[in-house]
Design a protein around this ligand. Sequence first.
Ligand code: PNS
Length: 173
Amino acid sequence: MKRSVRAVYPGSFDPITNGHIYIAERAAAIFDDMRVSILVNPHKSYTFSVEDRYEMASEALSHLPNVTVDHFMGLLVDYMRQQEAQVIIRGLRAMSDFEYEFQMALMNRQIAPEIETFFIITDANYSYLSSSAIRDIFQFGGAVQDVVPPGVFRRLRERFPARSPKTERDSGT
Ligand code: PNS
């Protein structure tokens, strides 16, 4: 009998980027069932509310039928057990990610040895991309529309109206 494997791709997704979407697409091609799970940490301040992060991720991933978006609080491994998920998905961009990811994977294995962390290498085009870089670039007027889905670009403009870069449609007015 074939065993179905449920994977969780956890993160802050503040906001989701094309780099995250790339990792989710590759993972969705491997695992039967996937949750993209947004961390809600009451001790951390986010640019976007959990509702906004949830909506942006849901819109951006709606083309993947075996992916659902969810949110969680507390320890990831507790959430994994509650969801009966076996695999944690994480994206790796550069060597600089490795140390943090390695430590996190070992910590998670220490507390939940039955859960595996599965790393997916990003697309070379997205190796420089991060949610924080996107927020910074956008706030200082830089163009980010090629590296985020349209729903994220729209919400960035709503969130930082004074700093919105001009689009082609706006220019010349
Ligand atoms: O997108 P991020 O911010 O790099 O994601 C980090 C995340 C959400 C995967 C990580 O902070 C996490 O799992 N937090 C939940 C708390 C937890 O389980 N911590 C122990 C892991 S060391």
